[in-house]
Write a protein that binds this ligand. Structure first.
Ligand code: F6P
Length: 552
């Protein structure tokens, strides 16, 4: 294990501290004085056009940030990751999500495992299974074709598939709808199965570990639902129904069999795929079924195009690295605590939620990969909603609040659904909003400009916009499967860059364990076990008493 470099002890960090001291950005002046700024700071990344020019950086700052990436070994750690070194030190695992989207035939042997052969074998089985379901060759126990696939999973076994399905469901062409049940709140399952026909429903139990309380509880509830709705009481008939209506996606194939799912209907992946990096593994099977295996393959190709960019591009032009560095600049030198992601595409309405797990479960850490404390702030809060909805909700704070909130805007030239309103292209109007917002945030509106419009007195200050609110614009021709894969991989590698600079292991998630353990300890108290109640702290006991008093 290579020890992490302490970023705060690098030359670049000190240079950045000096550059940040008394830093007074002026995007208006920077653009006026430098007509080439927009062009110089715009980059191509596969099909993505990424404009970094409205960020609060000078060339000098960017150069120092690139030096920081050099001094902390970002490129070297990326090379170690894709080669299969065990960079996930706390779990002693390789981190190889990039191998899931390597083209067939990419030689890679790690820990004695022929990675390419294994990945291609599972992909081939997913293709074949998806084709059988889509064609109607695969049927439920009563011989009816599948009309609904219901993915039961949580975290990385849910957020990726649901986000991609929402983004690309205009590609669904086989008459199969996908649904996603994640929450152990029984409302989720009750509502999402209410109108389903058991004869035409295929449940996909998605769980890397196949131990997750929420997923296994929901899977059992779904199995009971199926048996009850089909009126099955006989053991063999029940078994038969499970074999036709349940498949599993997991690294723990033994546990899948214990649940009663036929191992022939299980699609595996490996411990070197982190949950939040797994949408491109077997975890994406619901997508291959509902959207088609070709769409899934195109998605993977998009991921790979960005992996190749990161692998081959010098740091100073490497887009995910530059975006990660900008985030470090805002977090560690300008005091930003959150980062907004604002897709101008309704189809990406689940993208910010997906990114929350990717970024915050990865980089929300206080110790480094050698167990020592971090030496600087880590992990911003990622959040967002699609435009233009957000404009009418929280943009006020981004425009005129006291906090610095760097924001990524994501937009597409061509709409999935071109519609006109009185001869006017509605998508054009939508895009005008994207451009207007990034412009307003960057350049603001001075008091003189406000006064020139006839405003006077106290209202002038209220209507003034400071500007210098940083944004990155990510523009692509259309939201295709490949472009979506590119976007996801972009953020994976931004997250990686930040984690490496901070010296943290972005691939474990010990911070979710304590709550899971305590929930199991508290469950008996909820069920009325007095000694379990007595073992709780005073606040928890009081909440349990409220629960007991109000239970219907
Ligand atoms: O609780 C966190 C977590 O472990 C995530 O990292 C993971 O994506 C999720 O739970 C689901 O885990 P599994 O796929 O093993 O059910």
């Amino acid at each position: 294990m290579t020890s992490p470099v302490d970023p705060t002890q690098t030359r670049a960090w000190n240079e950045l501290l000096e550059l940040g001291d008394g830093f007074s950005p002026d995007l208006r002046a920077w653009f006026d004085e430098d007509p080439a700024r927009a062009e110089r700071l715009s980059f191509s990344l596969a099909d993505l056009h990424v404009d970094l020019s409205k960020n609060l950086v000078t060339d000098e700052i960017l150069a120092a940030l690139v030096h920081l990436a050099e001094e902390t070994g970002v490129a070297e750690r990326f090379a170690a990751m894709v080669a299969g070194e065990h960079i996930n030190t706390t779990e002693d695992r390789a981190v190889l999500h990039t191998a899931l989207r390597n083209p067939a035939g990419t030689a890679l042997t790690v820990d004695g495992q022929d990675i390419d052969a294994d990945v291609q074998e599972v992909l081939g089985r997913i293709d074949e299974f998806a084709a059988r379901v889509r064609s109607g060759e695969w049927t439920g126990v009563t011989g009816k074709r599948v009309t609904h696939v219901v993915n039961i999973g949580i975290g990385g076994s849910d957020l990726g598939p649901v986000m991609v399905y929402e983004a690309l469901k205009n590609y669904a062409d086989a008459g199969i709808e996908a649904r996603f049940i994640s929450n152990i709140d029984p409302t989720d399952l009750a509502q999402k199965t209410a109108d389903l026909d058991p004869e035409t429903t295929l449940f996909i139990v998605a769980s890397k570990t196949f131990t997750t309380l929420e997923t296994l509880t929901n899977a059992r509830l779904a199995r009971t639902w199926l048996w009850e709705r089909l009126g099955l009481t006989d053991e063999d008939a029940r078994k038969d129904a499970v074999s036709k209506h349940f498949i599993a996606l997991s690294t723990a194939l033994d546990k899948v069999a214990d649940f009663g799912i036929d191992p022939a209907n299980a699609f595996g992946f490996w411990d070197w795929v982190g949950g939040r990096y797994s949408v491109d593994s077997a975890i994406g099977t619901s997508l291959a079924i509902a959207l088609g295996p070709e769409v899934f393959r195109e998605l993977l190709a998009g991921f790979h195009a960005v992996d190749e960019h990161v692998r081959r591009t010098p740091l100073a032009q490497n887009v995910p690295v530059l975006m990660g560095l900008l985030n470090v600049w805002y977090t560690n030198f300008l005091g930003a605590q959150s980062h907004a992601v604002l897709p101008y595409a309704q189809q990406l309405h689940r993208f910010p939620a997906y990114l929350q797990q990717l970024t915050m479960e990865s980089n929300g850490k206080s110790v480094r990969w050698d167990g020592t404390p971090v030496t600087t702030d880590t992990g911003e809060v990622f959040w967002g909603e699609p435009g233009t909805n957000g404009q009418h909700a929280f943009y006020q704070l981004i425009h005129q609040g006291t906090r610095l909130i760097p924001a990524d805007f994501i937009a597409f030239v061509n709409p999935a659904y071109p519609l006109e309103d009185g001869g006017r292209d509605v998508h054009g109007l939508f895009l005008a909003n994207f451009l207007a917002q990034t412009k307003a945030l960057a350049f603001g509106k001075t008091a003189e400009e406000v006064e020139a419009e006839g405003t006077t007195g106290a209202l002038v200050a209220a209507r003034t916009f400071e500007g210098n609110r940083p944004t990155t614009s990510i523009f692509a021709p259309s939201l295709t499967p490949s472009v979506l894969g590119q976007l996801i991989a972009l953020y994976e590698h931004i997250t990686f860059t930040q984690g490496t600079i901070w010296g943290i292991n972005s691939f474990d998630q010990w911070g979710v364990e304590l709550g899971k353990q305590l929930a199991l300890q508290i469950a008996p108290a909820i069920e009325g076990d007095e000694s379990a109640v007595a073992a709780q702290d005073a606040s928890t006991r009081a909440l349990l008493a409220y629960y007991a008093a109000h239970r219907a």
